[in-house]
Each structure stands twice: as C-alpha cells, then as structure tokens.
Ligand binder design. Structure first.
Ligand SMILES: Cc1cc2nc3c(=O)[nH]c(=O)nc-3n(C[C@H](O)[C@H](O)[C@H](O)COP(=O)(O)O)c2cc1C
Length: 174
C-alpha cells in the first residue's frame, strides 16, 4: 500500500471480526515496533502480546474501553521503565498500527486509568509499566483502503484543517 494512502485511510477501529491474526502478520506488527527509531537508539520498550482469552478478559478490565480489548484478536502492551519514553512509544505504536493496516488488520490505541494495575495483569516486573495497549483484529465490516484515494480519505478524516494547525513564520515577523 502507498504510504500516504496507508496514513490517510488509517482510522482507529474498535469492532473486530472473530478470527485470529496469523503468526506471520503478528510477527510483522511486532517487528514494525522493534524497527522504530528512539532517542539515542535506546529502544526502551517491551512488547507484551496478549491473545489468550482469559488474560484478554482481565486486561480489558484495566483499560478505559474494555470492549476494544475484549473483542480484539490480540492486544500488544507497550511497556517502558516507569511508563516513560512516551514519544518513543508513540513511534513504535504508530509503526505497528500502520504495518497492521497494510495487512488489512485494524487497530485502536488503549489508555488505562492505572498502569500499575495493568502491569500486574501483564506480569510485568522491575518498574515496567504499559504506556499504551493497542488492540488489533480484522475489521468487523469489510474495509478497503483502495476504494478511495488518499486525498479523499484525508478530506473525510475528522481532523482540524491544515490552515488551523500549520504556521509558517517569516523572518522579521513579530
Ligand atoms: C495516546 C492515545 C490514547 C488513546 N486511548 C484510547 C482509549 O483509551 N480508548 C479508545 O477507544 N481510543 C483511544 N484512542 C484513540 C483516539 O480516540 C483516536 O486516535 C482518535 O479519536 C482519532 O480516531 P480516528 O483516527 O479513527 O479518527 C487513543 C489514542 C491515542 C493516540
């Protein structure tokens, strides 16, 4: 998929088909996270894959929107020391979401009210705390990014217009 089309058509989806994600696709998603650049190349993350139904159910109780995780084929907690390195985590997560989408897998980030409680569910130790726990699955309703152009996806996106978020200061302006 063209990268601009992938970015423009990537919406966060919260309803998933009841079918597993094949191992090779899961490996690509994880590798996309691994490949993300990070400050001083520290790679501060641990990726915790949760596809076991019982564990998924317990994890669902620990995130804001439990149904996202409950109905997903899997969730991947991205954990760091003390829950820090948010920018690095964001890069790894967005890589994962886009590479998943390239394979037709939709996703949604998930925040949580109590990262320590989620860490206990995930069996994390040594101060590792999840920063976000994106959920993944095939879409409940078929979705084809190629049905529209990147420009059409961009126009339809629920986003502020460029004019509102972009500034172009010129030398000499106050
Ligand atoms: C850091 C972060 C945390 C988020 N947490 C949640 C969440 O807890 N539950 C949820 O349903 N969506 C969550 N989202 C998804 C946002 O609601 C979503 O990115 C935004 O509404 C844009 O959605 P769209 O791309 O489908 O238009 C989160 C997104 C980010 C970046």
């Amino acid at each position: 998929m063209d990268t601009y089309l992938a970015v423009a058509s990537k919406r966060d989806r919260r309803r998933y088909a009841d079918r597993p994600i094949p191992d090779d696709v899961v490996t690509r998603i994880l590798d996309a996270g691994r490949l993300a650049g990070s400050a001083v190349n520290r790679q501060p993350w641990t990726f915790v894959v949760v596809d076991n139904p019982e564990l998924k159910g317990r994890l669902a109780e620990a995130v804001y929107a439990g149904d996202n995780v409950r109905g997903a084929a899997l969730a991947i907690a991205i954990a760091t020391k003390d829950g820090g390195s948010g920018l690095d985590v964001g890069r790894a997560m967005q890589n994962m979401l886009l590479v998943a989408w390239n394979d037709g897998v939709v996703s949604c980030p998930n925040g949580m009210p109590d990262a320590a409680a989620a860490a206990r569910v995930l069996g994390l130790e040594d101060g590792l705390l999840p920063v976000n726990i994106p959920s993944f699955g095939y879409p409940a309703r078929p979705l084809t990014p190629e049905d529209r152009s990147a420009e059409e996806w961009s126009t339809e996106a629920n986003r502020k217009p460029l004019e509102e978020v972009v500034r172009r200061p010129r030398a000499g302006t106050q």
